[in-house]
Design a binder for this molecule. Structure first.
Ligand SMILES: [Zn+2]
Ligand SMILES: [Zn+2]
Ligand SMILES: [Zn+2]
Ligand SMILES: [Zn+2]
Length: 275
């Protein structure tokens, strides 16, 4: 049984190679040294917190691997790692806490001048949802991602051009090297450019729009004041934990189930789209 599974896996790998790999008659034209050098550039950007640029650059070098001697050796995995961790980092963004409105203060039941129960800020204690920071960690929407990637791409293009790189269908390659390639090599390189999904900028994932990628939404119970339900009068105030949110003031987002990110509809999470 186990052997059968292994065999299937090997077959899968072989098939994957056939569909994405190159025909054997195309001579590789990147040496491992140049892959290593470009990897170091991506790593440097990553370490300096320039995650969008690291993501773009690592993606570029990953295209090179198809044309590299021994497929770039160990650098393929390292580049994939830079890409996935960078992506996770630049998808993060702060959202104002929907419960305290961003001021970080707790809310307690109080009374309006008309004698109605209302939420009153309690400046002595911190909002339980954001712990007083006024912010919740969210995930970027496709529009926000596209904006930050476009900005990074602009800077990256400038640097690449200054280095004498040539942009071939969105993939950078040293201009001098490109001019030396055979027609067949050029054709194959052009074909290798990824078809980036325009809806998610090739990320494959989008921040949930219902919760801003925070995974939670305010308790839908109208009378819920930071997880407390209050009734009665000024002289006889009755409080109890809200049943709907179990006293937490927020509930799990019904659209993403708390996952914060959803697979892109247009590309079904692959990041590639040939439309
Ligand atoms: Zn808050
Ligand atoms: Zn509630
Ligand atoms: Zn959500
Ligand atoms: Zn997509």
């Amino acid at each position: 049984m186990v052997r059968g599974v292994q065999l299937c896996f090997v077959l899968l790998l072989v098939c994957a190679n056939v569909t994405t790999g190159l025909s054997a008659d195309i001579q590789p034209f990147f040496d491992t040294k140049s892959i290593e050098r470009e990897y170091a550039i991506a790593l440097n950007d990553f370490q300096r917190g320039r995650y969008e640029v690291a993501f773009i650059h690592a993606g570029n070098v990953l295209v090179w691997l198809d044309f590299a001697e021994d497929k770039g050796g160990k650098f393929g995995k390292k580049l994939e790692k830079i890409r996935s961790v960078s992506r996770a980092r630049f998808m993060l963004t702060d959202r104002p806490c929907p419960i305290c409105g961003g001021d970080g203060h707790a809310r307690v039941p109080g009374f309006s001048i008309w004698g109605n129960i209302k939420a009153v800020p309690d400046k002595e204690s911190a909002c339980a949802v954001c712990e007083g920071s006024g912010l919740l960690e969210g995930r970027k929407s496709p529009k926000e991602v596209s904006r930050s990637l476009a900005r990074a791409r602009e800077g990256h293009s400038l640097v690449q051009t200054r280095k004498g790189m040539k942009n071939v269908r969105g993939v950078w390659i040293p201009g001098r090297l490109y001019r030396q390639l055979s027609r067949q090599q050029k054709k194959a390189f052009k074909k290798a450019a990824p078809h980036v999904c325009p809806d998610c900028s090739g990320i494959g994932l989008v921040g949930c729009s219902t919760c801003g990628g925070t995974g939670v939404v305010p308790c839908p119970d109208q009378g819920c004041i930071m997880g407390i339900k209050a009734s009665g009068t000024k002289s006889n105030l009755i409080t109890e934990p809200c049943e709907t949110c179990k006293g937490k003031a927020v509930i799990t987002c019904p659209d993403c189930g708390g996952k914060k990110l959803l697979p892109c509809d247009a590309c079904r999470g692959t990041g590639e789209n040939r439309r």
